[in-house]
Design a protein around this ligand. Structure first.
Ligand code: PLP
Length: 393
C-alpha cells in the first residue's frame, strides 16, 4: 500500500511550481527574455561576494573531512555560538549555542518546530490568510489542523478575529512577518496586542499557546522595524533561514531558536532534537554551517528590490490597482480587477506571457501574487502589460 497523504502531496504539484514549470517550457519556446516570470520567490540578487570567498577559503584551507562530515545534530557548537552572539547584539538577548538548532532552511525549521509542539490530533495551529501555501502541508503532516483567520482587506491583525479563532485546542499561532505573499510587516502595537491575547488565552485554557515566528524575510524590510517576537512573548519559537537574505535558497540552511523563556524550555529543546531525528534530518549541511559562521554579519543588498518595489508601487497605482503597500519581502499581493478573481487575472496575464500566481493557494482567491525578485528590466516591461490588463476590465 502507498500512503494516501504522501501520494496526494507528490502528485498534486503546488500552484506555484505548476506555473513555474509552464514558464520554463514557454521560455524554451519563445526565449527566456520573452517570458516575464513573477511566479517564484527565488532571489534574483546573487549571494554576496563574502559567501563565495568563505566557501573558497574553507575548501582551500581545511581538510575535506572537516567540512564534509556530519556535525552534531543541532549543528556545530562554534557556529551556533556565533549565531547566538549575533542575535544577542541585535536584540539584546542572552542566547547561547544550546538555544539554537540548525536546520535545512526555514521549511525544515517549521516542520521540526511543529512536530515538537503538536501533542494531539486535536491540536490546531492558527495561521492568517494570506499565508505561505506549504503551511497546510507542514501542519497537516504533523497530524494537526490548520485554522485560518481570513484576510482583512489591509492584511492587518484584529483582536476579535484572534478571540474567535483560539480555543482549548490551539497549540500555536504561526506568524510570518514580513509576509509571503503580501509583504505585510506587523508593527510593535500589533505584536503587543497578539502577545496580550495569547497570555490571556493561555491562562484561560491552561496551556501555553506558542507563537511560531517564520522569518525567512526578516532582513528584507524597507524602512520599517520588524519586531523580534521573543522580546514580546516568552513562548515564541523562531524559524529562520538565509535562503532569502543571503540568496541561498538551494543551500538549505536555517535554524529553530528556542529561548530559555519558553515554558519548559529544556523539554522543548529536547523535543526539537527529537523532531529533527524523527524526520531524518541528521544535521544541517556542514559546509554551509561553516559559511554562515563566517558570514553572520553580512546583510543583503536591498537596492535592486527597493528599486523594483518603487517602480511597481508607482506603476500599479497609476494603472489603478488595489493593493496594500508591502513593507518587506519581495512580493505584491494585488486585488484582481476581474470577476473571476485571481484565477482570471492569472489566465489573462499568462496570455501575455506574464506569470503571476493566483491567490487561492494563499487563502485569498481574489488576489494574485507578483514576486519582484526579478530584474528591474522585467518590471519595466511588465508595467505596460499590467496597464493593458487593467484597461480590459
Ligand atoms: N516560509 C515562507 C513564508 C517562505 O516564503 C518560504 C520560502 O519561500 C519558506 C518558509 C521556506 O524557506 P526555506 O527556503 O528557508 O526553507
Amino acid at each position: 500500500m502507498t500512503s494516501k497523504m504522501m501520494l496526494t502531496l507528490g502528485t498534486q504539484r503546488s500552484a506555484i511550481r505548476e506555473i513555474a514549470a509552464w514558464g520554463a517550457k514557454r521560455k524554451q519556446e519563445i526565449g527566456p527574455e520573452n517570458v516575464l516570470d513573477f511566479s517564484l520567490g527565488n532571489p534574483n540578487v546573487p549571494a554576496p561576494d563574502e559567501v563565495a570567498e568563505a566557501i573558497l577559503s574553507i575548501v582551500q584551507d581545511s581538510s575535506p573531512v572537516s567540512y564534509n562530515s556530519y556535525t552534531a545534530s543541532p549543528g556545530a557548537d562554534d557556529v551556533r555560538g556565533i549565531i547566538a552572539d549575533n542575535l544577542n547584539r541585535r536584540f539584546g538577548t542572552d542566547y547561547t549555542a544550546k538555544n539554537l538548532y540548525l536546520t535545512a532552511g526555514a521549511a525544515a525549521a517549521l516542520c521540526i518546530a511543529l512536530s515538537a509542539l503538536v501533542s494531539s490530533d486535536k491540536d490546531e495551529v492558527i495561521v492568517f490568510a494570506p499565508y505561505f501555501p506549504e503551511y497546510k502541508v507542514f501542519i497537516e503532516a504533523r497530524g494537526a489542523t490548520m485554522k485560518v483567520i481570513p484576510a482583512r482587506p489591509d492584511f492587518s491583525m484584529h483582536p476579535e478575529d484572534l478571540e474567535e479563532a483560539i480555543n482549548e485546542n490551539t497549540a500555536a499561532v504561526l506568524i510570518n512577518s514580513p509576509n509571503n505573499p503580501s509583504g505585510f510587516v506587523y508593527d510593535e502595537k500589533t505584536i503587543h496586542m497578539l502577545s496580550d491575547m495569547l497570555r490571556k488565552k493561555s491562562r484561560e485554557f491552561g496551556r501555553p499557546i506558542r507563537i511560531v515566528s517564520d522569518e525567512p524575510y526578516r532582513e528584507l524590510a524597507y524602512d520599517v522595524k520588524v519586531p523580534f517576537l521573543p522580546n514580546y512573548y516568552d513562548d515564541t519559537l523562531v524559524c529562520y533561514s538565509w535562503s532569502k537574505s543571503l540568496s541561498l535558497p538551494g543551500e538549505r540552511i536555517g535554524y529553530v531558536l528556542v529561548p530559555d523563556k519558553v515554558t519548559a524550555a529544556d523539554e522543548m529543546i529536547a523535543a526539537i532534537a527529537g523532531s529533527g531525528r524523527a524526520l531524518g534530518y541528521v544535521c544541517a549541511p556542514s559546509l554551509f554551517q561553516k559559511v554562515i559562521g563566517r558570514c553572520i554579519d553580512v546583510m543583503p543588498d536591498l537596492r535592486i528590490y527597493a528599486t523594483n518595489r518603487e517602480k511597481l508601487i508607482a506603476g500599479l497605482e497609476k494603472a489603478g490597482y488595489e493593493f496594500a503597500r508591502p513593507d518587506g519581502a519581495f512580493y505584491f499581493f494585488i486585488k484582481s480587477p476581474f470577476p473571476g478573481g485571481g484565477q482570471e487575472f492569472h489566465e489573462r496575464a499568462k496570455k501575455e506571457d506574464l506569470l503571476v500566481v493566483p491567490g487561492a493557494s494563499f487563502g485569498a482567491p481574489d488576489y494574485v501574487r507578483l514576486s519582484y525578485c526579478t530584474t528591474t528590466e522585467a518590471i519595466e516591461r511588465a508595467l505596460p502589460i499590467l496597464q493593458k490588463l487593467m484597461d480590459e476590465k
